[in-house]
Design a protein around this ligand. Structure first.
Ligand SMILES: NC(=O)C1=CN([C@@H]2O[C@H](COP(=O)(O)OP(=O)(O)OC[C@H]3O[C@@H](n4cnc5c(N)ncnc54)[C@H](O)[C@@H]3O)[C@@H](O)[C@H]2O)C=CC1
Ligand SMILES: Nc1nc(O)c(N)c(N[C@@H]2O[C@H](COP(=O)(O)O)[C@@H](O)[C@H]2O)n1
Length: 253
C-alpha cells in the first residue's frame, strides 16, 4: 500500500524535532500513537489502529529520516510489523530504516515473520536483533537472517534490574554499528522506561487519536512524573501531534 502525500504543514512543524548529525552518539526520537486515555493498544497482544491516514503518513515520513527503527520483542510478537518506509518523495528512492528488535531472551522467530517477507521482496531491510550474549541462537534463524543482510547482535545486558542502564549499552552498540539516528516506536515497556530517561531521548513525537481504548488497553504511564519542554502542537483532520523534549527535572507548579 502506498501512502498519500504528507500534509504540507507537517514538514516545517516536525523539522526541529528530526535528527541532526551528532558525532559519536546515536540520536534518539521516541514516537508513538496513543488514545486519549494513554493507551497504545486496546489489549495486550492486539494491534490497534489509532493514527489517521495523515498521521500514519507522518510516521513513515519520520521513518525515512532515521537510520534505524527500534521496537521491543513484545511489539513484534503482538503486531508482526513491517517496519519499513512506505512514504515516497516522487522521483526519489525509498529510504528504509534498519529494523532493530530488542529481544534479549530470543523469544521471537524471524523465519515466519512479515519482516522476512519484506526483506525478501526488497521492500525494507532485514533486522538486527539485539540478544543477550548468554542466549542460545538457533542456527537456522541466524542463517535466514544473514541471508538477507540482517544479523544477531550480542550484548551483555548486565543491568537486569535497571532497564534504563541497559539503554546506555544499547545506544552505545547502535553507535558502534554506525547507526547515527534511531526512531524508537515502542512498545509500552520501552516507552515507559525512556520517558524517564531525558538524557537519552532527543525528541518526543506523540500522535493522539480521538478515542478511548479503555482499562484493558496497553497503558503508557511512566513510573514517575515527567514534564516536557518546548511543546508544540499540530492539529490534523482527526488527530493532534505533540512534539516536545523531555525535561531533566520535574517542575511542579
Ligand atoms: N500505538 C503505537 O504507537 C505502538 C503500540 N505498540 C503496542 O505495544 C504493545 C507491546 O508493548 P510491550 O508488551 O510493553 O512490549 P515491548 O515492545 O515494549 O517489549 C518489551 C520487551 O522488550 C525487551 N526490553 C525492553 N526494554 C529493555 C531493556 N532496556 N533492556 C533489555 N530488554 C528490554 C524485554 O524483553 C521486554 O520484555 C503491543 O500491543 C503493540 O501493539 C507498540 C509500538 C507502538
Ligand atoms: N503511528 C502508529 N499509529 C498506530 O495507530 C499504530 N498502531 C502504530 N503502531 C506501530 O507501528 C508498527 C506497525 O508498523 P507497520 O505498519 O507494520 O510498518 C507497530 O508495530 C507499532 O510499532 N503506530
Amino acid at each position: 500500500m502506498s501512502l498519500p502525500e504528507i500534509p504540507k504543514s507537517l514538514i516545517p512543524f516536525l523539522q526541529e524535532y528530526l535528527p541532526k548529525d551528532v558525532p559519536d552518539r546515536t540520536v534518539v526520537t521516541l514516537t508513538y500513537a496513543q488514545s486519549l486515555d494513554s493507551r497504545i493498544a486496546a489489549k495486550k497482544g492486539e494491534q490497534t489502529k489509532i493514527s489517521h491516514i495523515e498521521t500514519k503518513t507522518m510516521t513513515h515520513y519520520i521513518r525515512s529520516k532515521h537510520d534505524a527503527i527500534l521496537v521491543g520483542v513484545g511489539t513484534v510478537l503482538a503486531d508482526d510489523p513491517k517496519l519499513n518506509c512506505r512514504f515516497r518523495i516522487p522521483g526519489e528512492a525509498a529510504s528504509h530504516p534498519r529494523p532493530i528488535i530488542l529481544d534479549p531472551h530470543g523469544k521471537w522467530a524471524y523465519s515466519g515473520s512479515q519482516l522476512r517477507q519484506i526483506a525478501a521482496t526488497k521492500q525494507g531491510k532485514a533486522p538486527f536483533i539485539l540478544i543477550d550474549n548468554t542466549t542460545a541462537i538457533d542456527p537456522r534463524e541466524q542463517q535466514a537472517l544473514e541471508d538477507q543482510g540482517g544479523r544477531f547482535v550480542k550484548l551483555r545486558f548486565d543491568n537486569k534490574d535497571s532497564p534504563v542502564k541497559n539503554w546506555d549499552l544499547i545506544l552505545q552498540k547502535l553507535n558502534d554499528l554506525g547507526i547515527g539516528s534511531v526512531m524508537i516506536e515502542g512498545g509500552a515497556t520501552i516507552i515507559n522506561d525512556l520517558l524517564t530517561a531525558p538524557k537519552l531521548v532527543d525528541s518526543l513525537i506523540i500522535t493522539i487519536g480521538p478515542t478511548f481504548l479503555g482499562k484493558e488497553g496497553v497503558e503508557v504511564s511512566p513510573i514517575s512524573q515527567v514534564s516536557l519542554k518546548e511543546p508544540k502542537w499540530w492539529q490534523g483532520t482527526q488527530d493532534v501531534v505533540l512534539c516536545a523534549r523531555l525535561n531533566l527535572f520535574y517542575t511542579s507548579i
